[in-house]
Design a binder for this molecule. Structure first.
Ligand code: ADP
Ligand code: ZN
Ligand code: MG
Length: 491
């Protein structure tokens, strides 16, 4: 971050930040929320439009059932109660990318309420309440650059107008920029597991507005809040909040008031800038949309949606730890996505030692995939191959050096592990007398270490293992080396 700390820590410590986040996720329906236009990203401007999403007079909206199901599924995954009856309202404002002059949203009767996300904060586990999750339509896009007329005009692309969004509003219960980062990470992970959105921030399918205020520690009343809009990464949100907290404390310390307003974050400068004074709810003249019936998601429909709930990240992690004996940390890495976890489980189930599989996937597989920008599904080494390599290493048939070489070969040729192993199968030295001879040579060359070992410093054994492997170019059978070394070193 570009900002240096301007406020002494002991001054900052007298204040308590209060943060609430509003997250929009784009739902992965094939068509828009109130018309049949396609939602595909990247189509030529204004090619996915019709009278409804263009807001032409007399056109009537028809609610997309799939959008309701996706939003309800996300709501259930976030522990919300889905209301049996919710309703749509018009949020009126003027903006060029909003052709109707109002956005169809939900206001006093949102689709779902009263959820929570559990996060790990400095003080341990904590729940952040979710006030509501509601459905709304997206606006279009103003395009300021890239066209012949850009110097004098702003162009409009209305392809995105009418794309279904779920807005997820947190309670003001987040207490630091780190907690905000953690909340967003967990939220995104849960939504990704449900599959209702790809949460791609670059394409705008996840957007976050951050509300922040500060108050003296122990104060009952909240301070005036600032809304930071259009921040396009979780890291920048953390930075923007940190900056904003200091800016507000500085204002209060010098006897000024914090102005309730909307601000923008400039990542390059690490600062927020005033954009406009914050509008109040009454500025929007919300009123029920007369073109849309109340939305009824009855118990039977809710039960049907609930059946589609996948195992969620938290539960998955706990199960991986219990079922495969891996660490919490490993379970965290391996549950980064549903498909990674599924792949890991496939390998762990068929291998002798699941912990070794967990290590291999992280230390040998993921790094190589990342370096080549491949997904786990694109890996040349299948999970069957990972299991096979784990078993070979477990049995001591291949050393870790050989395993690394075989993985490198597989990634170079695009073959699976089994094929590479069959061809490149190391000429392993499994002849006991030959290994014994090498051990004797190594011991003769290192009499001091032999003495140390015999005097009780048994950790020196690792040194001998290394020397023997080096002398045999990594080809000696590691299990035999271990066994024979024990015998020889004992004298
Ligand atoms: P608005 O009507 O200004 O949009 P809301 O009450 O709808 O305000 O809250 C919007 C978001 O701001 C919510 O996530 C809420 O938790 C958060 N919030 C509300 N008051 C504060 C405050 N004083 N400080 C920080 N965040 C707040
Ligand atoms: Zn349309
Ligand atoms: Mg609001």
């Amino acid at each position: 971050m570009a900002t240096a700390t301007r406020i002494p820590p002991e001054v900052l410590a007298r204040y308590e930040p209060v943060i609430g986040l509003e997250v929009h996720v784009q739902l992965l329906t094939a068509s828009k929320i109130f018309c049949g236009c396609s939602t595909s990203f990247g189509a030529p401007p204004n090619s996915n439009v019709c009278p409804v999403c263009l807001g032409l007079p007399g056109a009537l909206p028809v609610l997309n059932r799939k959008a309701v199901e996706f939003a309800a599924l996300a709501a259930l995954a976030l522990g919300c109660q889905v209301r049996e009856t919710s309703s749509f309202a018009r949020k009126n404002y003027f903006y060029p990318d909003l052709p109707k002059g109002y956005q169809i949203s939900q206001y006093d009767q949102p689709l779902a309420e009263h959820g929570a996300i559990e996060i790990t904060s400095g003080e341990g586990r904590k729940k952040v309440g979710i006030t509501r999750l509601h459905l709304e339509e997206d606006a279009g896009k103003s395009l300021h650059d890239g066209f012949a007329e850009s110097a004098t005009s702003t162009c409009l692309d209305l392809n995105r107008a009418g794309t279904p969004l779920a807005e997820i509003v947190s309670e003001p219960e987040i207490s630091s920029p780190d907690e905000a980062f953690e909340y967003l990470t967990r939220l995104k992970e849960i939504i990704l597991f449900t599959g209702v959105s790809d949460c791609n921030m670059e394409e705008g399918s996840l957007r976050c507005d951050a509300n922040v205020s500060v108050r003296r520690k122990g104060a009952k009343e909240f301070g005036a809040k600032v809304e930071v809009k259009n921040v396009n990464s979780f890291r920048f949100i953390r930075e923007a909040l940190a900056y904003e907290i200091e800016r507000q404390v500085e204002a209060l310390e010098s006897g000024e008031k914090v102005v309730q307003e909307t601000r923008l974050y400039h990542a390059a400068e690490g600062k927020t800038f005033s954009m406009r004074s914050k509008e109040q709810a009454h500025d929007y003249r919300y009123f029920p949309d007369p073109d849309l019936q109340p939305l009824v998601v009855d118990a039977a429909w809710q039960a049907e949606i609930r059946k589609q709930l996948p195992e969620l990240p938290e539960a998955l992690r706990a199960r991986l730890v219990a079922q495969y004996g891996i660490t919490e940390y490993d379970a965290g890495v391996l549950s980064a996505s549903r498909s990674l976890a599924q792949q890991f489980e496939a390998a762990a189930r068929s291998a002798k030692n699941p912990k070794r599989v967990a290590n291999l996937v992280q230390s040998e597989l993921m790094g190589r995939l990342k370096a080549r920008d491949l997904s786990i599904e694109q890996s040349p080494i299948t999970m069957r191959g990972v299991a096979m390599s784990a078993d070979l290493a477990e049995a001591g048939t291949i050393s870790s050096k050989m395993l690394k070489d075989l993985y490198d070969h597989a990634f170079a040729t695009g073959e699976d592990f089994a094929a590479v192993y069959e061809r490149e199968k190391p000429q392993q030295l499994s002849d006991a007398s030959a290994i014994e001879k090498v051990i004797e040579d190594v011991m003769a060359a290192n009499p001091q270490q032999v003495e140390q070992y015999r005097a009780g410093k048994t950790t020196v054994k690792a040194f001998f293992v290394g020397q023997v492997m080096k002398a045999t170019k990594g080809q000696a059978n590691p299990a035999m080396v271990n066994e024979l070394l024990d015998k020889k070193l004992a004298g």
